[in-house]
Design a protein around this ligand. Sequence first.
Ligand code: ADP
Ligand code: TRP
Length: 325
Amino acid sequence: MSKIIVSGLKPSGELHIGNYLGAIKQLVELQKKDYKRFYFIADYHALTTKYDPKEKREQIFNMAVDALASGIDPKKSIIFLQSDVPAHNNLAWLLGTVTSSGQLNRMIEYKEKVQAGHVPNAGLLNYPILMAADILIYDANFVPVGEDQRQHLELTRDIAETFNGRFGKTFQLPNALHNETSRVMSLSDPTKKMSKTMPNGCLFLSDPPKVVEKKIMSAQTDSQTSISFDPKKRPGVSNLLSIYSSISGKSTEKLVKEFEGKGYAGFKKSLAKEMVAFLKPLQTKRKKLLKDRRGVMKILEAGAKKANPIAEKKLAEVKKRAGLI
Ligand code: ADP
Ligand code: TRP
């Protein structure tokens, strides 16, 4: 039987090349392998910090559009909205009964969000329990995660082990699938990660060619003139090389050779050209999908139709174990 992969995409704003290279690209590439894939838009997860409902609705739709435009293919993966599969939440309740508040209080993301001034609502604290349910309900073998979600996956394993220990083997323990592209750094400050919270140094998937060129040409580098890869000593140029490598498929060594003796301007111009060409098909697909809201919703509904019976079956098994039925 094929191994199972589960991943959730949280709709929290416009997608950038960091999100793409750090998360979505891997999900797309995994479609070439023999796995059963459940990819969903984690809309419930996106409600734990203050938001505007109208804006959130658009972010959820946009996340689906971006995922499809990037190459997540409903013929190869089951793609759906988390809130369309209620068994995730039902399981989360049961998992909450084997999770301690201490475990939740230790979560780095929770602590960081609270420190950043977000209201510590119960949803924010319980966020990882729902994530555990998302994963365990499909008996996932692998979960592609970025560094920031690693601790949540470890907690998922702990929760599964506790439940299995108390009620007998019910859940498969999921493993992390790590991404090669670790972190894309900001174009305006390469010591910080690229983030939508710093829009200047952030290359959005929707940026038109002129904006892409401007952002890349004005990316911060250093006072040296040669091109070399050294993320510690030369974060700016190394970040550009990594991005170039990820979108072109050429290794950073090969790129360094290619641009040997050429200045920053030529290198940046070439990267900008490559980036514009890379984004073009994605943007064309995106524009088309944005106009077809019904079509996109239909894809998500069809995905939920496939996911629901699988999730319900697992939930029934868990309820039986837990003494409910
Ligand atoms: P942002 O920092 O722009 O708010 P999110 O926190 O919404 O981005 O990120 C969503 C996912 O995209 C994260 O879980 C992470 O795996 C990935 N990601 C975000 N920014 C980057 C980056 N700069 N480099 C690599 N991956 C990233
Ligand atoms: N918490 C993840 C993030 O912030 C999104 C997510 C929700 C997820 N449920 C998941 C990721 C299950 C992997 C598996 O990016």
